[in-house]
Ligand binder design. Structure first.
Ligand code: TNX
Length: 526
């Protein structure tokens, strides 16, 4: 059956006689599972061409049911002679069970229409019992460096859900583009969403693509993404990156920058990569501006599905603050510990501001510098160290060390690998990633909410290129994030066994139309 991610337990049972889907198969959606039933008909119904009418009058039926005795996201799929049952501890659990059920049906169940409408849909007689290891199983998409159109984001929600991943972190702003419409500051997208040209390649190349690049999500686009993700039990984490990585905002509203040391009216939306010196000025005007932005962000991303709001905090060079008399006066006036204190003051302000509105702040591990704000959670990207320090201090943590789960890094060492960023992270490297570092005390380990893979898109200008970088590594990552069966010691993980199961998973990805990197290496046209 080659399920990915591997479930906690899966056993074969004697065939029951009711382990086949056909035109007469009913779908009984018990209380609370109506959304899963909609997904089931729209997805498995479309792939099989079967109607799954509502009903409970025959044993030839699929039952969706919530069993509060199961873990919140846990599920049981039983094909054992009492109808086909998909039970979960919550609607989310039923949904993950339905995803497993789809894998049981074979790769054709991942298409959008039947390729052989006369075929039988046998379901193997099994009982699968399963529950995730971590509540935070995520992917970050950088839609700022290269805009990913709304339809592609919706498709990624489906791809995450198919791998039982439940967090999509959208990196919505950066030096090279602002991607979310903000009503009260229209220039953020009128000006800030467009750049004149794009640097091709990473460090090695000095070529620019002279074609303008841009795009942004309208408020209705965001609302659609939110509703679509909610139906698939994927939580969204919007990221508005401050106080660094902000040149697109400064290009649109020059007063946000350090105007006493740089002529910010001359700054364009940035057209190159790296760490940018043009950072936000530590003024009340900046705080009020971003409160205005965040009010709209909170309105667009409701608390129920976006309890966390990411405020970046990464890679903020302090040179302009050092040189700026206004910034130095601010440091003195507030009695802060130098420029690091100023960064902590920014983050601390919004930590309180978000808490007052029932949300939690999360930021990259640089927010530890100058003192962590009381409610803040940390995305640990520069290795484990920031995450360990935060967890030991009682803060929640998402482990996403670049050494394992940066999917912009190359997948192989060959010269023909299409994306040249930095280091090589193979499928096996990802499979051997352990989110909880050894030696963490049990209390600190309880603060590891989970893990996410990050996709920075400097050199991914198309959906196809993003697919190539994300897959197949996301399948290995999903197993790490979900499965309780993987040994904590990475050396003991059965990578060969995972690769054997991947043979079936590549057929699913083919049916889904994913442009993954083939096991033998890049395709000649990549
Ligand atoms: C570091 S990870 C960054 C990104 C880059 C990435 C490239 C992080 C919080 N900041 O701005 O895109 O490296 O790998």
């Amino acid at each position: 059956m080659d399920l990915i991610p591997a479930p906690r337990a899966c056993r074969r049972v004697p065939s029951s006689g009711h382990d086949r889907l056909d035109a007469g198969t009913l779908l009984e959606a018990r209380a609370g599972t109506e959304g899963v039933a909609r997904w089931f008909r729209a997805t498995i119904g479309a792939a099989t061409g079967l109607p799954f009418p509502d009903g409970d009058t025959t044993d030839n039926r699929v039952v969706l049911d919530i069993d509060p005795g199961l873990a919140p996201e846990g599920y049981r799929v039983a094909v054992d002679g009492h109808g086909l049952r998909i039970q979960g501890g919550s609607a989310a659990g039923v949904f993950w069970g339905a995803q497993t059920f789809r894998q049981l049906l074979g790769p054709e169940a991942f298409r959008r229409a039947p390729v052989d409408s006369g075929r039988a849909w046998d379901v193997p007689a099994v009982v699968v019992e399963d529950a995730p290891r971590f509540p935070w199983r995520g992917l970050m998409l950088d839609v700022a460096r290269h805009f990913l159109p709304k339809d592609d984001v919706l498709r990624y929600v489906d791809l995450l859900a198919a791998h039982k991943l439940n967090v999509l972190h959208l990196h919505l702003t950066d030096d090279q583009g602002w991607r979310v419409e903000i009503k009260r500051y229209p220039r953020l997208t009128e000006d800030g969403a467009w750049r004149a040209r794009t640097k091709r390649g990473h460090r090695a190349s000095e070529l620019w693509d002279e074609t303008p690049h841009g795009g942004y999500y309208t408020r209705d686009d965001i609302r659609e993404i939110v509703a679509y993700a909610a139906e698939r039990h994927v939580r969204l984490v919007p990221e508005i990156d401050i106080p660094g990585h902000s040149q697109a905002a400064i290009a649109a509203y020059p007063e946000l920058g350090n105007t006493d040391v740089v002529d910010t009216t001359a700054l364009p939306v940035w057209d190159t990569w790296g760490v940018n010196p043009n950072v936000l000025a530590p003024t009340d005007n900046t705080l009020r501006f971003y409160e205005g932005v965040l009010e709209e962000v909170l309105d667009l991303f409701p608390a129920a599905t976006s309890p966390f709001v990411h405020l970046g905090g990464d890679e903020c060079p302090k040179g302009q603050w050092k040189a700026s008399p206004a910034a130095q006066a601010r440091i003195a006036e507030l009695g802060l510990a130098g420029e690091d204190g100023l960064q902590a003051w920014f983050i601390g302000h919004f930590d309180r501001w978000l808490a007052e509105r029932g949300r939690r702040l999360i930021g990259w591990d640089e927010i530890l510098e100058g003192g962590l704000a009381p409610g803040a959670a940390v995305s640990s990207w520069r290795g484990y160290a920031g995450g360990i320090a935060a967890a030991e201090a009682g803060h929640d943590v998402v482990m996403c060390p670049e050494q394992y789960v940066y999917l912009d890094h190359r997948q192989g060492g060959g010269p023909d690998e299409p994306v040249p960023i930095g280091y090589v992270r193979t499928l096996e490297d990802v499979y051997r990633f352990e989110p909880v570092p050894p030696g963490l005390s049990p209390e600190a380990a309880a603060h590891v909410m989970g893990t996410q893979a990050n996709v920075w898109t400097e050199v991914m200008e198309s959906r196809s290129r993003v697919d190539y970088q994300v897959f197949p590594r996301l399948a290995a990552f999903a197993e790490v994030a979900w499965s309780t069966r993987l040994p904590a010691d990475p050396a003991e993980r059965d990578f060969a066994g995972f690769e054997r199961r991947m043979a079936a998973h590549y057929r699913r990805l083919d049916a889904l139309g994913v442009d993954y990197r083939p096991p033998g290496g890049p395709l000649p046209w990549q």
